[in-house]
Write a protein that binds this ligand. Structure first.
Ligand code: HSE
Length: 405
């Protein structure tokens, strides 16, 4: 019998219990032993729920019980999650978590404790919800040098951008609707300002590159500046605007960023819509591989957490997760990265075009019949620093979005 404890009976925690109940026989068979939830830690009581008999309010009960071999942390936030997880690992209990803030901030240290204790700290659900990505990076793509990961890693913003594209609505309207439907948090900043995607790409790039990528070093822009007019222009180029989180190695220098990007149907990420996530990984020998699925939600996330529980149960005295070294990876400045740039400029197209071409060189320009007093153009590829230098010569630029096609 393998006894586990679940920290937090919120959306994901109750999902973990549900997945274990629904697939109990199948999970037991996979582990080769029966699994049982012995405790659920929560501040609240659930008198109407059979889970109540397992509820404890004091973490020490779990920590001091030698029968508990695996702790599932699904409370979110860094405290008290960090303290509890660290104590559990130091006590020789494997930990499975969905908590990207915890992994991005303390992953190096927690992985090292697990390695020293010959147990496991696993976090499949921290990136891409139910999509398998951590385990493939850790075990399947090991023959490759990973040169790039680009992903739609946030379901909330992808839902908002997809809805704006489908309905032509403004961001504020769609955001409000998403909040009413429960897709977006009441305080949506972590999602719409890009911080959630930033932590996820910090985790993925740390695993892919083997060194610690500090999420605070990652250049991050959210979607709040994207307007329905931007999306109209994107459509005129047969493109979509997506919030992309990416890391890449270019000539021995590593870069990571989170920004809205215009992509067209040549990109496999173009058709990743609604709350779905998609992650494109490029290896030096494999080429491209793509991971797609439910990036959030109770059962998809719980499915990934329980897959970690099964892994931890099957490897009780073996550390399976190769960590990333504590040595920090110094990221290159994004001003050195090459992109094309979509620019909106106020004023008349005919009066401005020659000056635009004089400064930017050849551009692909469009005037939209339904948008008055401005036009848009896409530059050729250039370094971001060069773009900024050229853009500074104009005082009528309304906005810029990076383009990858
Ligand atoms: N807020 C996150 C999202 C939840 O929208 O993707 C999953 O990490």
């Amino acid at each position: 019998m393998i006894q586990i404890a679940v920290l937090g009976y919120g959306t994901v925690g109750s999902g973990v219990v549900e997945v274990i109940n629904t697939n109990h026989e199948l999970i037991n068979k996979k582990i080769g032993e029966e699994i049982q939830v012995k405790y659920v830690l929560d501040l609240r009581d659930f008198p109407e729920d059979p889970i109540q008999e397992k509820i404890v309010h004091d973490f020490q009960v779990i920590l001091q019980d030698p029968e508990v071999k695996i702790v599932v942390e699904v409370m979110g936030g860094t405290e008290p999650a960090y303290t509890f997880v660290k104590q559990a690992l130091e006590q020789g209990k494997s930990v499975c978590t969905s908590n990207k803030e915890l992994v991005a901030k303390h992953g190096v240290e927690l992985l090292e404790i697990a390695r020293q204790k010959n147990i496991n700290f696993l976090f499949e659900a921290s990136c891409g919800g139910g999509i398998p990505i951590i385990r493939p990076l850790n075990t399947s793509l090991t023959a490759d040098e990973i040169e790039e990961i680009t992903g739609i890693l946030n379901g909330t913003t992808n839902y908002i951008l997809s809805k704006m594209a489908a309905d032509g609505s403004d961001l504020e309207v769609v955001l409000k609707e998403a909040q009413e439907k429960g897709y977006a948090e009441r305080n949506p900043s972590a999602d719409v300002d890009g911080w959630d995607a930033c932590r996820k790409i910090a985790i993925l790039s740390s695993i892919a590159f083997g060194h610690h990528v500090d999420y605070q070093d990652i250049y991050t822009e959210g979607i709040m500046k994207i307007t329905s007019t931007d999306i109209r222009y994107a459509k005129a180029w047969g493109a979509n605007i997506k919030l992309l989180a990416s890391c890449r190695k270019v000539e021995n220098q590593y870069y990571a960023m989170v920004t809205p990007v215009m992509i067209n149907s040549n990109s496999p990420l173009y058709s990743v819509n609604e709350v779905y996530n998609g992650i494109l990984v490029h290896g030096n020998v494999l080429g491209d591989t793509m991971f797609y699925g439910s990036g959030a939600g109770k059962l998809p996330t719980a499915s990934a957490v329980v897959s970690d529980v099964i892994d931890a149960a099957k490897h009780q005295d073996t550390n399976v997760m190769s960590g990333w070294s504590s040595q920090k990876l110094e990221l290159g400045k994004i001003s050195d990265l090459e992109n094309r740039f979509f620019v909106r400029m106020s004023g008349s197209f005919t009066e401005n075009l020659s000056r635009v071409e004089e400064v930017f060189g050849q551009v692909d320009a469009k005037v939209l019949a339904e948008v008055n007093g401005e036009f848009g153009f896409i530059t050729e590829k250039m370094k971001e620093a060069e773009y900024l230098e050229k853009a500074a010569e104009f005082n009528n630029i309304l906005g810029m979005i990076r383009v990858r096609f």
